[in-house]
Design a protein around this ligand. Sequence first.
Ligand code: OGA
Ligand code: MN
Length: 336
Amino acid sequence: MAVPNPQAQIHIRTYANTCPPRHENARAVAVTVGSLTVTPVLQSGGSSFGAEVAGIDWAKPIPEDQVKQLITLQDRYAVLIFRGTGLDNARHIAFSQQLGEKLEINPFFYGRENDRLGEPLLFDVGNIELDSSLVKPDSRRWHHSLGNALWHTDSSYHQQRSKYSILLSHGNPVYGGSWTHFADTRRAYADLPAEKKAELEDLIVEHDLWHSRKLASPLIYGNPLPHELAAKPPAFHRLVQVGPDGRKTLYLAAHAKRIVGWSLEDSQTLIWQLIEHCTREEYVFSMEWLGAGDMVWWDNRQCMHRANPYTEQMTARDVRRSTIIDDGREAFGVKV
Ligand code: OGA
Ligand code: MN
């Protein structure tokens, strides 16, 4: 009798390191908004998703009226891309602090002594170690980063979740597939049939960081370490929410583990059906990282995103993220 191989039954969720073909809707027609030039990325009917914004003088602090203007654009497009900003850590943080009272503090997953940036308000999501070598395949950090390549929103596993993330690149251009992919959960929600919307309206979802780590790397994160579990307990949020521009949206992520009151299996079936729906080609675009200073600011409340999985072919990728804690109506989720 054949001895069953336990690994054969383990399902690893992942995506290829590729950039999907550009959808035909991706037509770049720039519009002028005050002193800014705004080039939408994905447009369909009355809906716009993603925009590249030029015309900001990043060398100086951003004036408050321009911050307001940018927030209005952000509410509408959900993802704003800026090229060649030239920002350093301090200016990255200063701009982030203009967008909300509190920034997330990095829990230093790999130990403070191993944190290359040494800056608690920034998350090092790149592939570079303290000694400048690239993250080793099969290290714990490598496996942790695999979860970032699944569709998610940042920090949905926090009971006080985060509204914005701002990812800034440093260093040389990256070779080997440096894209970040974005999906419009507002348009995806709007396109659902009315019966489906009614079925989803009151559902509450348990989000757990360790769930997404396990899906991406069951062999390493099948059983997270006790201090990891203690550092990130699960959180609960409504599935259907009203985004900052007043449109309904699906608040979803690979962290989404269970629908409250449902079995794990039924929960995962629905959650992944919805993630697959939200990430159909017509709702998705991919931002290519072109060089140092490129920066993307997204709204976790009205889109999902994912990284390309790191590969051994990818060159050094130095990307640093600030995360702005939510202070809006749904910031604290649901008590269960
Ligand atoms: C993140 C993230 C995507 C990327 O920093 O939250 O998901 O492309 N990054 O690195
Ligand atoms: Mn992320």
